[in-house]
Design a protein around this ligand. Sequence first.
Ligand code: RTP
Ligand code: MG
Length: 147
Amino acid sequence: MEKTFLMVKPDGVQRGLIGEILSRFERKGLKLVAAKFMQITPELAERHYAEHVGKPFYPPLVEFVTSGPVFAMVWEGDNVIALSRALIGKTNAIDAAPGTIRSDYAVHTNFNVIHGSDSVSSAEREIGIFFAPSEVLEYERTLQRWI
Ligand code: RTP
Ligand code: MG
């Protein structure tokens, strides 16, 4: 089953949006298989955002993402990567479709509330950075057959 890495960023935590965001993915029918409330170190930020090293927005991005706690998660489901990106919305809140998380809660690209993996390879890489294999749970949900 496909997995993705999602993370409520420091702005989402500070604004008290963890529960609201979690419930959107739960209501969609996706399955939570790992979660961790944690602080990102500069070293972890550099690994996570390796693809953006050297870009103009990279220094403020690292400063922001290490500025306070984040809520890191792994979710599972058919097409969970694309479905999550659809629920999250475009990077810039101006372009995010109404009803998406970033449209509903974000104003600036730099403070856009949530991260979601953008491909199968990114998801595998990011899950491996944030979680030990034993922290990603396998369990049955009877609800699954209806979704
Ligand atoms: P994310 O990785 O956080 O889920 O966001 P994303 O895929 O939609 O966007 P990505 O291109 O991966 O960029 C990572 C984060 O860097 C900040 N950013 N700023 N000022 C800019 O042009 C710019 N572009 C990207 C955003 O906070 C974005 O979420
Ligand atoms: Mg990205």
